[in-house]
Design a protein around this ligand. Structure first.
Ligand SMILES: Nc1ncnc2c1ncn2[C@@H]1O[C@H](COP(=O)(O)OP(=O)(O)OP(=O)(O)O)[C@@H](O)[C@H]1O
Length: 454
């Protein structure tokens, strides 16, 4: 067969596998021999050969046969400084099971450093995070993979990163032989782009496919970044195929991440999706007590008056990071001026944080919470569907928007997909009427109000 014919076949393959895959996997293939039904290719690494055989073997064979060649087998050989060593040979119909076998030493894993403070011991468990904590604990035992991926989501500063680091710490202690890779989605993208630039994409793929546990923080970051998403999707699939555990975090549920490809969303939803709810008073107080204990050790002799922690837990409801920051500042300030931490001191020292924490509920938050509560899509809140199962929660959200925000009926109407203010008024009245007779609905509303104002 001439090089020209192989060139034509490659063009057809490009149409079949897409430009990105073509450039990465097909273009570098050198057809070195075609004899006795065996097509032999030269490839840069053994991983490359395995991968092409596994993913594109059938296509290549079919196209060769369609071009008039009789090929029943593909062979791949690595070229190293002129010498050729066979790496993979199999009938394309029998898919090679081989996963990349090479193991790189741990120090070569491009992970982010783990914060030694983020352990399970220092994680305070309460109602809002107990499920996420239990799932994280389960994964950290490192036993057989029971759900893949574990998808943790929740608002800013509610402990997603803390839990992920805790899993990594625990795995390192319990199962030190496992290759655990933790990094942010941004770092994943950075590594990927760097590998593309330096033409080391094979090493990149090999490395990411060689880990036992992959943890990617803040995955919403790759939404809208097409090539990175594509690569992430392949990495994800390759690891799931090998039964390796994946843990992902994001600031919202997979279905709600805009500009994330549908196939990625659906893969992310395949495992266990758990959310970290906004903190409640008890959890905040628990966290403050734990941190205060730590600071009492650090600032020996510093006293904290009764009621201060309760006051902070009551007033600072935004997120745990802000809560922690407030306590750190308070202890540092008190130690500087050599005074006991009293309520007055706290109010003076934290005036800005306390002001910012005066909670303002937004219509978007209301829609999100109500959609979550009734298990409907956020998009249905503003969409046209009239089904009772959707229309009722939508009216609940309209009612809460009127009750909890200073927005006018026309403004609320605009946020509900451009509805007329009379529609909003009707919705609000309907809920008011129903609440009088439907105790379940009244309970729902009470709960939602509490959650939103927490
Ligand atoms: N339940 C908890 N117990 C103890 N500390 C907590 C808890 N939840 C959060 N924290 C602390 O709050 C801070 C913020 O948490 P973390 O960084 O894990 O938040 P996150 O959900 O990853 O936020 P982001 O979306 O900003 O990345 C950390 O210092 C963490 O230790």
């Amino acid at each position: 067969m001439t090089n020209e014919t192989w060139g034509e076949i490659r063009e057809q393959l490009q149409k079949r596998v897409g430009k990105n895959n073509y450039t990465t996997w097909i273009e570098p293939l050198k057809l070195s021999q075609l004899k006795n039904g065996v097509a032999r290719f030269e490839v840069p690494t053994s991983f490359f050969g395995d991968w092409v055989l596994r993913n594109y073997g059938d296509h290549i064979r079919n196209h060769l046969n369609a071009a008039g060649q009789t090929v029943d087998r593909l062979e791949f050989a690595v070229t190293t400084g002129g010498t050729v060593a066979p790496v993979a040979a199999a009938k394309p119909v029998a898919r090679a099971k081989a996963a990349p076998k090479s193991r790189l030493p741990d120090e070569e894993l491009p992970g982010a450093p783990l914060d030694s403070r983020f352990t399970f011991d220092s994680f305070v468990v309460g109602k809002p995070n107990e499920l996420a904590h239990a799932a994280a604990r389960r994964v950290s035992e490192g036993g057989p993979v029971s759900f893949n991926p574990l998808f943790l989501y929740g608002g800013v500063g509610l402990g997603k990163t803390h839990l992920m680091h805790a899993i990594a710490h625990e795995l390192q202690t319990r199962q030190p032989h496992l290759r655990v890779l933790y990094l942010s989605a941004e770092q994943f993208m950075y590594r990927f782009v760097q590998a593309l630039r330096e033409r080391q994409i094979m090493d990149f793929k090999e490395l990411f496919r060689s880990v036992d546990v992959l943890m990617v923080d803040d995955v919403q970051f790759i939404a809208g970044k097409d090539s990175t998403q594509e690569e992430f999707f392949h990495t994800f699939n390759a690891l799931v195929d090998q039964n390796k555990q994946i843990v992902i975090s994001a600031d919202r549920a997979p279905g709600e991440i805009k500009d994330l490809e549908e196939r990625i969303k659906s893969r992310l939803q395949c495992g266990l999706v758990v959310d970290l709810h906004p903190t409640d008073y008890e959890l905040r107080l628990g966290i403050l007590q734990q941190k205060a204990e730590f600071y009492r050790e650090q600032y020996k002799g510093l006293k904290i008056a009764d009621g201060v922690l309760e006051f902070l837990a009551h007033r600072i409801t935004t997120n745990v990071r802000v809560l922690e920051g407030a306590l750190t500042r308070l202890f540092a300030f008190a130690s500087l001026v050599g005074r006991e931490i009293t309520l007055d001191l706290a109010q003076d020292c934290l005036a800005d944080i306390l002001r910012a924490s005066d909670r303002k509920v937004t219509i978007e938050e209301i829609q999100r919470k109500v959609a979550e509560h009734y298990n409907i899509r956020l998009s249905d809140m503003i969409g046209p569907k009239r089904l009772r199962t959707i229309a009722r929660p939508r009216q609940v959200a309209m009612y809460l928007s009127k009750q909890l925000t200073p927005r006018s009926l026309p403004e609320i109407g605009r946020r509900f997909g451009g509805r007329d203010h009379t529609t909003i008024m009707h919705g609000v009245r309907r809920i008011e009427e129903l609440m009088a007779t439907d105790s379940q609905l009244a309970d729902d509303l009470q709960l939602l109000k509490r959650l939103l104002q927490a």
